[in-house]
Design a binder for this molecule. Sequence first.
Ligand code: ADP
Ligand code: ZN
Ligand code: MG
Length: 474
Amino acid sequence: MEYEVVIGLETHVQLKTKSKMWCGCANEFGAPPNTNVCPVCLGMPGVLPVANEEGLRLTTLTGYLLNCSIPRFAKFDRKNYFYPDASKNYQITQYDKPSTANGYVDFEFNGSISRVRITRAHLEEDVGKNFHFDRNSGVDFNRAGVPLLEIVSEPDITSPDMAYEYLNALVDILVYGGISDCDMEKGMVRCDVNVSVRPKGQKELGAKIEIKNMNSFSGVRKALEYEIPRQIEVVTKGGKLSQETRRWDDVANITETMRSKEQAHDYRYFPEPDLMPFEPTEAWLETVSKSVVELPLARKQRFMTDYQLPEPDAETFVNDVPLGNYFEAAVKGSKNQKAVANWVINNLRAKITEAQIPLADVKVKPTDIPELIALVDGGKINGKIAQDVFAEMFATGEAPARIVEQKGLAQVSDTGAIEKFCDEAIAANPKSVEDYKSGKIAALNSLKGQVMKLSKGKANPNLVGEILERKLKA
Ligand code: ADP
Ligand code: ZN
Ligand code: MG
């Protein structure tokens, strides 16, 4: 029997706020242990949480970026459990009334666009972090109370590779939107993986196995690549799978049981009595929606269709947004869109890297790029000289036409002058002439190079080629 795989992901992402969700402590990675803490985030009795508006804003903005609806009524709930890194004995989260719901993420997969529906993205708080030393253990509460978004997908994912691409697309969107830095090394993104198998064509879902707390996307893919054949083997051999939580052992590369359904926690959710429900006004939502940015996939598609750019160029401008914006400003006045992209990607970017300056400090005006291209296309300067002109533009911010004029760089298309240079080159290089005449066509290039040199690079290279050939064939 053939089996199919069903995967749903719960992705936890730390929000990029200055302070924590319910207190004024810094939301900062890497500070000495237990230095960003206060009675609120340490869970002392009698303290009151106060919601961080930026956390609420980023949650709502995520909703917009993930095509969710934004309920006008959301609330917070307590999820009760004891764990050493959660000293309050509960986590504030959103249970039945989340801040966002029913969205989707579109992304490229296997040569087309896939869609994974988003059940909800709700706001909660991170917990502290346990450290285990040789003889004792410690808890660092710096992370406790950091705003955490849980993004729950529908079970729409059908393979480990698709899970991997979905996660990457999701993170790209969140980074683009300024929601989170999504730095995996700093633990800013973690993922619970839900996976089941069922006979192909069966409607009903198989028993859900949850693999908890994955902290890398390649780990998610690896864990799925192990877990799926394991499940298929169990059912093929006539066994029965039942709902359970497993952990990924990234040394042995296997999943193993953590707890079965019987041992599942009962979180005894109830409404958080210390926080008002969240009822955003239309005016506030309007302000938040102004921060919605163009998503990476949409940007890529737009650059490919609007400017006829090849995929790698479009991807460059998706990965480097300021450079893409510069390109858009430059391309406006140009008929040669591909040439503008080439200059921006190959020349401007190289110079920026070389000079180690931000794009904002670049002196070249975007509109000067199409002007430079027009000088080349119009035969006023050749491609080699254009490089020199560009170097000058980069150094001084001067317009290309002015540089050409001031430095006398205009291309020499005067055949009389070029004839003279050609005669000189032929006279000075009898060996090359002989080579050419005996059939070594490449010798022409060496002569051409000599002529270009004599003209200080300004001769029209096409004319040089024509005249040399004519003279050598005579
Ligand atoms: P729970 O209430 O146990 O957290 P949910 O119904 O909220 O379960 O689902 C949690 C995640 O598991 C979601 O991402 C969902 O898409 C996924 N999921 C639910 N059922 C299955 C299943 N049978 N197989 C794979 N994934 C599933
Ligand atoms: Zn605090
Ligand atoms: Mg759930």
